[in-house]
Write a protein that binds this ligand. Structure first.
Ligand SMILES: O=C(O)CCC(=O)C(=O)O
Ligand SMILES: [Fe+2]
Length: 209
């Protein structure tokens, strides 16, 4: 796919690491964590080989489709409850294993599952939320990898409105690590965009027994 090649003219494949100074959060961005060449290959392969599902949720008594497609992969065939759906996790494939191992070189844990999100167009999004169940949020690690279009990843504090929101552009081949108490204290979202945008795939690697 050539969609994301245009940026190659302007960017190098040098990894750029940025740490964000947010109270009660530990958030680090690695731009170009995967090279443009690797990212193009992985985007194509994940798009084609992932078993994408359309999940739904109940809003005011009505069943509505989530504004994105999703897939769960992991160590075991455990059932995951997500929105109003129960899904059996699928076994890791070669691409996912390779991405997972690369991310694990930056953290002290081995991930046990991964949620993939496919944002097909500008109308696909994910609303404000915190990852993990409330009882599991202490000292968590989320490794978030993006392939495809750049979308802004917005963060706001869960209880303090004196703190500014921030927006981190997550580009093709980037890795965002959220650690420590980030999920306890901060919510995040990917908004819809007003302008047409190319598709985007995001993978969030998680650790749950
Ligand atoms: O697409 C993203 O960057 C974030 C996805 C997300 O927050 C989630 O799946 O929990
Ligand atoms: Fe999330």
């Amino acid at each position: 796919m050539d969609l994301f090649n245009q940026t190659e003219l302007f960017s190098t494949d040098e990894v750029i690491k940025t740490t964000f100074d947010l109270p009660g959060a530990d958030v680090t961005l690695f731009e170009n964590f995967f090279s443009t060449k690797e990212s193009n290959r992985l985007y194509d392969s994940l798009l084609k080989n992932t078993i994408w599902e359309q999940d739904s949720m109940t809003i005011y008594g009505k069943q509505v489709n989530l504004p994105r497609l999703t897939a769960w992969y992991g160590d075991t065939a455990k059932t995951v409850s997500y929105a109003d759906n129960n899904r059996k996790m699928l076994p890791w494939n070669a691409d996912l294993k390779c991405i997972k191992e690369r991310v694990e070189q930056e953290v002290s844990i081995k991930f046990t599952r991964c949620l993939l999100n496919y944002y097909r167009d500008r109308k696909d999004s994910v609303d404000w939320h915190q990852d993990y169940e409330e009882s599991q949020r202490e000292n968590t690690v989320i490794g978030s990898v993006t392939f495809g279009a750049t979308r802004p990843f917005q963060l706001k504090h869960a209880t303090r409105n004196d703190l500014k929101r921030i927006s981190i552009p997550l580009a093709h081949g980037s890795l965002l690590l959220m650690q420590g108490a980030t999920q306890n204290n901060w919510k995040h979202k990917i908004p819809k965009t007003s302008k047409p945008i190319q598709p985007r795939i995001n993978l969030t690697f998680r650790w749950i027994k």
